[in-house]
Design a protein around this ligand. Structure first.
Ligand code: NAD
Length: 303
């Protein structure tokens, strides 16, 4: 029997399929902190997480039977990959499963800030009719700057092009694409874009990729969208740029600390915020769950 710990929720159908495989003993136990996980992990050969559970060095050191860590999703920033490597524990993820879910949310965030949907929604719920003060701007004809032109960045580009936006993109690697997108330098993107959206992983190099010096280079009144990771935008600098009007509005799905403890950025009237729901569409979660099943079947039945 292979003992598998699901430390974060998995799609229902994927869970049923896993449970139906007789050689897998599946336990669903979510919401564990580090101390509880340290106590629980020695029993298991596989742990499956999404973004909530942190597989820290301490957890990995306590994991005497662990052979495989699966992240249902893409970002590995909640897993100490180095510590896993040292113990020869394999780390797998499902990188493409939720790209469309995140891309669609990004478009939703862009439309929400451009048309003031957050404030319009809130004021209607307060039984007000603020038609005159809630005018916004179109996306049509605007320049969208995409930082990080990988899977999600390219899905965002396709959708933005369909809305009649002009798309420019910057990536650290040379990306080949058939899309009518201008690949530009980081500085040119900052200077030219009306809306900037980030789709990079959080690494040492991307931490605070957008901070005070970068905001100063942007067009006055730029819109910032971040559905990548908190920490790629410096929240303090973003709040200052919103207060000065250098940034007109921001839409954020991710935060430096989740759940946030300091709400001063979220409370800003020109910030539209969602609680890290980019990948949380049913279809994306189903794809991620089914890929987890596939990874497990390949590992345990392929020989
Ligand atoms: P990807 O690997 O396909 O693309 C990321 C791109 O960023 C790559 O092309 C890479 O070269 C580029 N990049 C890396 N460092 C860079 C830098 N310093 N400057 C410019 N470009 C750089 O990944 P993806 O599937 O498109 O996902 C992107 C990110 O989206 C993930 O790493 C994750 O952090 C985030 N994400 C968020 C959610 C959510 O729920 N909001 C869900 C899934 C993924």
């Amino acid at each position: 029997m292979t003992k598998i710990l699901l430390a974060d929720p998995l799609d229902k159908e994927a869970l049923e399929e896993l449970k139906s495989i007789p050689v897998f003993e599946v336990t669903l136990k979510t919401g564990m902190d580090e101390a509880e996980l340290v106590k629980t992990i020695p029993d298991y050969e596989v742990i499956v997480v999404r973004s909530a559970t942190k597989v820290t060095r301490k957890v990995i050191e306590a994991a005497t039977n662990l052979k495989l860590i699966i992240r249902a999703g893409i970002g590995l920033d909640n897993i100490d990959v180095e510590a896993a490597k040292e113990k020869q524990i394999e780390v797998a993820n499902t990188p493409a499963a939720t790209s469309i879910s995140v891309a669609e949310l990004t478009l939703g965030l862009m439309i929400a800030v451009a048309r003031n949907l957050g404030r319009a929604y809130q004021s209607m719920k307060e039984h007000k009719w603020e038609k005159k003060v809630l005018s916004g701007t179109e996306l049509y004809g605007k320049i969208l700057g995409i930082i990080g032109f990988g899977r999600i960045g390219q899905e965002v580009a396709k959708r933005a092009l369909a809305l009649g936006m002009k798309v420019i993109a910057y990536d650290i690697i040379e990306v080949k694409t058939d899309l009518p997108v201008d690949l530009v330098s980081f500085d040119d993107l900052l200077k030219q874009a009306d809306i900037i959206t980030l789709h990079v992983p959080l690494t040492k190099e991307t931490k605070y990729l957008l901070s005070k010096p970068q905001f100063e280079k942007m067009k006055k009144g730029v819109i910032i969208v971040n559905a990548a990771r908190g920490g790629v935008v410096e929240e303090k600098a973003l709040l200052e740029a919103l207060n000065s009007g250098q940034v007109r509005a921001a839409a954020l799905d991710v935060f430096e600390k989740e759940p946030p403890v300091d709400f001063s950025l979220i409370d800003h009237p020109n910030v539209f915020a969602t609680p890290h729901i980019g990948a949380a569409a049913e279809e994306g979660q189903r794809r991620a769950g089914m890929e987890v099943v596939k990874i497990l079947k390949q590992k345990y039945f392929s020989s």
